[in-house]
Design a protein around this ligand. Sequence first.
Ligand code: SF4
Ligand code: SF4
Length: 233
Amino acid sequence: MPGIPKLTKSDNERDLNFWERMYLPEIFKGLGYSFRKIVKEPNYAFQYPDELWDPPDSYRGRPVLVEEEGKPRCVSCNLCARACPPMAISMQSKEVDDPTSPKEREPAWFEINMLRCIYCGFCEEVCPEEAIVMSKEYDLTFHDREEAIFGLDRLMVPVERLSDRLEYLEEHRNVQETKEAWQHREDNNLHSLKDRHLLRALIESEMRTLEETHLREEEPVAADNRWGGVRSK
Ligand code: SF4
Ligand code: SF4
């Protein structure tokens, strides 16, 4: 029935004594503890924004795209967008024309809506290229909603400026049973490489399973595929 308090006390809960039921002594005890800490311990406050906090390498600030020689390292595989819980990432892929480029695709445009981003780091976690990483930037301000949608111009950060985070990931992410870090962009990311000679060499040397999972006929395999679904109207 509404209005009747429910007794939630469990059997192993001790009874409060008279002073504890008064609450005031406990409040003064807590205040005393706080004042002792204030006097005895150093002051951790920062004079923001004149003084800025330098976060540790493990900090998850705003996600950024790694820029190498003026281009994003991203191969536009879309994994980060699929993994992003609040669907903050959008992108459009385009083919890379340059035959010397190891990449098949790159983003034509790439956006992160920073009003949606919850700084979870899932995009960084799933990216097979270490092309999107969490930076140390935490002080973001916007004047309107449009301004909070970051495009390639604001997302790309030169790889040299992200070396702390990349080294941190190298050391702590995807550590295998052998205690060695997973080497990205070599055996982990063959789907993005045009160099089939490297793929064959890896298969012959040590990675037999790749023969079934990665190596395909040179001809397009999807030529005879027919989509059997029903188109939405
Ligand atoms: S940090 Fe999380 S919420 Fe933000 S873009 Fe990456 S996956 Fe999405
Ligand atoms: S997961 Fe990495 S490589 Fe794939 S689209 Fe996202 S940033 Fe680019």
